[in-house]
Design a protein around this ligand. Structure first.
Ligand code: GLY
Length: 568
């Protein structure tokens, strides 16, 4: 069903990303949060962006104000994934319990078409959906931030963009991790950007070097002064269109003008006493998370214990079935009727789990998507914010690959996404995360590519309980799932739940990827005897989360990155 050479390519990508992740250390400035905090908290991928968010909260901004400021600050300080040239999703819950989600996912340009990444023989052209101008969807992040602020923001827009402008213009000292990422991306930056880019230096980047991004500062000034029109019209739109013309890209000025983010009702579900509020399609994340939680709810996970063989076996079997469904039924709901109710039907999910046998792994070849009518370069990023009143925001945003397509818009100084790879280029052929898809997620003009991003908010007893999410491509869903179980079933505090080692199965390829030392040798051997293929590898995801207790807010900032939690 899938191409061995593409799987190999996905495995190599995973391997490279893993090396990249494990070879670089966390920024010493990164901060594991103390807590409890009563007045607000921000947990995100860089110390500088967390500080920007905290300052906004201290100035009287609400969670959405802080989120807007963090989004722009991450575009400067976390160029691998923070972005204005990408897209994302926001899940929002007001202090009173009203919920909403904002879909600012990128869209296929008007000139996009189903077979655009195939050669004349009908084969997928290697890297065409990843490292070319055609790889970019129409960016949604700036419109998303404008829209979120218009609906919920309290402070002045300009004051939320300004901190990012200052960071871009004055520069900031880069972490060891970012130095490693920039050195890793160097050859591609050189190849794909004929002009000068500030991501290239004559010598290797090292920790503490100053990264100054003057062109980005100017673009952010236009966004500060003109809002949406600072990006989707005028100088920046001209520059994007010129960049596209120069590189045979598809995004036109009309595509930019026509881009609008969409408010969608959150999808909600229950797990024991908890209400899960999460992202609907075009993310697969929310539906898959609810399917997974229901699939394991009846089993005594608490008694079996964290990462014990029975726990892992049950979770893997649930994941296998859920990712099979994902491959067939999930796509942009504006183009494809996603059978949400059927996928979340409790009887359907119970019946799916009935085919599982404790004595032996279910081969993925015997599981097909239900019948009713990655790998990771990990370069997505998540942030969780709660303010003094208890309004909360869970945002995951992405360029897709590390530094997206690695193509900077000439003159405008920001990176373009390579999100088109999240579409299914050809039925059954895996994308860079090893995920396969078909009609539901085929490429179409104006359609949003399917995502795994799973920004989530949880209530207990009608009150805010947790804000959670992570990057990690196809592993996003399983990392969020495990973090929730770590708290609810395994009594871990927020930081432990984030730090705990994770594992992942996604139906195809039929293997369990585990972080190094995630399972003890006895558990591995029991699972292997039952036919599970266990592959030990590098870090998976970077979860940033906040837990609300009667004492206040506690954060979990992922030590796998430079992630930092700050509160007051
Ligand atoms: N680009 C990764 C995702 O949206 O799932």
């Amino acid at each position: 069903m899938h191409h061995p050479h593409l799987l190999k390519q996905a495995a190599i990508l995973l391997f490279c990303a893993t090396i990249l992740q494990t070879a670089v250390a966390q920024d010493p400035a990164a901060k594991t949060p103390d807590g409890p905090f009563r007045n607000g908290m921000v947990v995100c991928a860089t110390p500088n962006a967390s500080k920007v968010g905290l300052d906004i909260l201290k100035k009287g901004g609400n969670a959405v104000d802080a989120a807007v400021a963090v989004q722009f600050a991450l575009a400067v300080t976390h160029p691998e994934a923070g972005n204005i040239g990408g897209g994302g999703f926001m899940v929002y819950r007001s202090a009173k319990g009203n919920t909403n989600t904002l879909d600012f996912r990128e869209k296929g340009p008007a000139a996009a078409s189903a077979n655009m990444f195939l050669d004349s023989a009908g084969n997928v052209v290697k890297d065409m959906s990843l490292a070319t101008h055609q790889a970019s969807g129409v960016p949604g992040s700036v419109d998303g931030m404008v829209e979120a602020h218009r609906k919920y923001g309290k402070l002045k827009w300009a004051d939320l963009v300004q901190p990012a402008i200052d960071l871009a213009r004055k520069g900031f000292a880069i972490s060891r991790r970012l130095a490693g990422s920039l050195n890793w991306g160097g050859p591609q930056f050189r190849k794909l950007n004929p002009g000068k880019t500030y991501f290239l230096k004559d010598v290797a980047w090292k920790e503490g070097d100053l990264l100054v991004q003057e062109d980005l500062a100017k673009t952010l000034e236009l966004i500060r002064d003109k809002g949406r029109d600072g990006f989707y019209a005028g100088k920046v739109a001209d520059e994007i269109a010129a960049e596209m013309r120069a590189g045979n890209g598809l995004i036109s000025k009309a595509d930019l003008q026509n881009y609008h983010s969409v408010w969608r009702n959150a999808i909600t579900g229950k797990y024991k006493d908890y209400k899960i509020i999460t992202m609907p399609p075009p993310s697969s994340g929310g539906i898959a998370l609810l399917q997974l939680l229901h699939s394991v709810e009846k089993y005594p996970l608490h008694r079996w214990g964290h990462n014990q063989d029975s726990t892992v076996q049950l979770i893997v079997e649930a994941e296998r079935r859920v990712y099979a469904d994902r491959s067939k039924y999930l796509g942009d709901p504006d183009f494809y009727k996603v059978p949400v109710d059927s996928l979340l039907n409790p009887t359907y999910l119970d019946n799916r789990m009935k085919t599982f046998n404790w004595n032996a792994a279910t081969p993925s070849s015997s599981i097909q998507p239900g019948a009713f009518v990655g790998y990771e370069s990990d370069q997505t990023t998540h942030y969780s914010i709660v303010d003094k009143e208890g309004n909360s925001v869970s945002i995951t945003t992405t360029l897709n690959g590390s530094f997206g397509s690695k193509i900077l818009v000439g003159g405008a100084g920001f990176l373009l996404n390579n999100e088109m790879d999240d579409f299914s280029s050809k039925p059954g052929v895996p994308n860079m995360f090893g995920l396969i898809g078909g009609k539901a997620n085929s490429i179409q003009a104006g359609k949003r590519m399917l995502s795994s991003m799973t920004p989530t908010i949880i209530e207990k007893g009608g009150k805010l309980f947790m804000v959670v999410g992570t990057p990690g491509g196809s592993t996003i869903i399983t990392s969020v799932f495990q973090t929730i179980l770590n708290v609810i079933e395994f009594d871990e505090d927020m930081q432990q739940a984030v730090t705990s080692k994770r594992f992942h199965h996604q139906w195809l390829p039929d293997q369990v990827n585990i972080e190094k030392d995630a399972l003890d040798p006895a558990a591995i051997s029991k699972l292997e005897q039952k036919g599970y293929k266990i592959i030990s590898g590098g870090a998976s995801g970077r979860v940033d989360a906040i837990l609300v207790t009667k004492d206040g807010y506690y954060g979990g900032a992922d030590p796998r990155g430079d992630d930092t939690g700050l509160g007051w």
